[in-house]
Design a protein around this ligand. Structure first.
Ligand SMILES: C[S@@+](CC[C@H](N)C(=O)[O-])C[C@H]1O[C@@H](n2cnc3c(N)ncnc32)[C@H](O)[C@@H]1O
Length: 275
């Protein structure tokens, strides 16, 4: 996918290909064993390039209703869809989507079972591969590979994880450690929804990827992500919780306005019928 983006677009704007993968991972329809994945992939691959930006917005809107704060945090991966793009960029977007679909993005993320959707940290692979193509120095970003997080977490948590606890990661990347802990919990009959998950990282794209992952992995209602420098700003979970409350209030106000407008429309139609 990273190769396709660079071939079709060139360097830069890694938010766009990462956002395409995020949109496919967040696709709202899930099915047992991702049985629908092949059919949906054929349908999506046949869509014209100009359909992609509105599709990104529509998929985000579905999740916004439930978790406006996480969709807000995912903004650095999704906001490009609100810009005007030339035909060449849209062609590159479509090419990336086709590559991601061909390589099974919907198989990895399309199962109705959250455990099956949590086998890989897809956003980490996407962000890290693109970043390594942009910056070939050894300073480029690295995340702990999935196999390594599984081993680390099995050593740290053991075979009797608590039914409820919390995990805070001050340099969490896209949340690979969270994925491994959630899988360990599920393997031992513990529901990740009973835990509290707080991730923080300096890199806005990594935090956006973590927000997407948290939705795909279904970590539950007690989840926050925060973007900031842990060394100079400390634990930003309180700030993330305040942002969550503000985002929910804004969503509620939008929904109330939409309901009111729908009520006015219904009344107008009723008057027209009477007239
Ligand atoms: C090696 S990665 C590890 C990510 C994740 N913990 C994992 O195991 O996959 C290090 C992460 O630390 C973040 N980071 C570095 N300095 C930081 C700081 N001062 N505050 C917050 N995050 C920081 C980077 O952006 C990067 O995502």
């Amino acid at each position: 996918m990273a190769e396709t983006w660079q071939r079709a677009y060139g360097r830069g704007r890694m938010d766009i290909p990462c956002g395409v993968v995020a949109t496919l991972a967040l696709w709202p329809h899930k099915s047992p064993g991702a049985a629908h994945a092949a059919g949906l992939a054929r349908f999506l691959a046949s869509q014209p390039a100009r359909r992609w930006p509105p599709t990104v917005g529509q998929v985000a809107a579905v999740h916004y209703l439930r978790r406006p704060d996480l969709i807000g945090a995912a903004g650095p991966l999704l906001r490009w869809a609100e810009e005007e793009h030339d035909d060449d960029t849209l062609y590159a977007v479509k090419a990336v989507a086709e590559t991601a679909l061909k390589h099974g993005v919907l198989h990895h993320t399309g199962s109705a079972d959250p455990s099956a959707r949590s086998e890989v940290d897809l956003m980490s692979w996407t962000i890290v591969c693109l970043r390594h193509r942009e910056d070939r120095s050894w300073l480029a970003e690295h995340h702990t590979p999935d196999d390594a997080t599984d081993v680390l977490v099995s050593l740290a948590i053991g075979d009797q994880p608590p039914a409820s606890s919390s995990l805070y990661e001050p340099a969490g990347g896209t949340g690979g450690i969270f994925r491994a802990v959630a899988q360990r919990l599920r393997d031992h009959g513990v529901d990740p929804h009973a835990w509290t998950w707080s991730l923080q990282d300096l890199d806005p794209l990594a935090v956006a990827g973590a927000a997407v992952n948290f939705l795909v992995w279904d970590l539950g209602p007690n989840t926050t992500v925060a973007c900031g420098n842990t060394l100079s700003e400390g634990d930003l979970t309180g700030r993330a919780l305040a942002a969550q409350a503000r985002a929910e209030a804004h969503r509620d106000a939008l929904l109330a306005g939409a309901n009111e407008a729908a009520g006015h429309l219904r009344a107008l139609r009723a008057l027209e019928v009477l007239a």
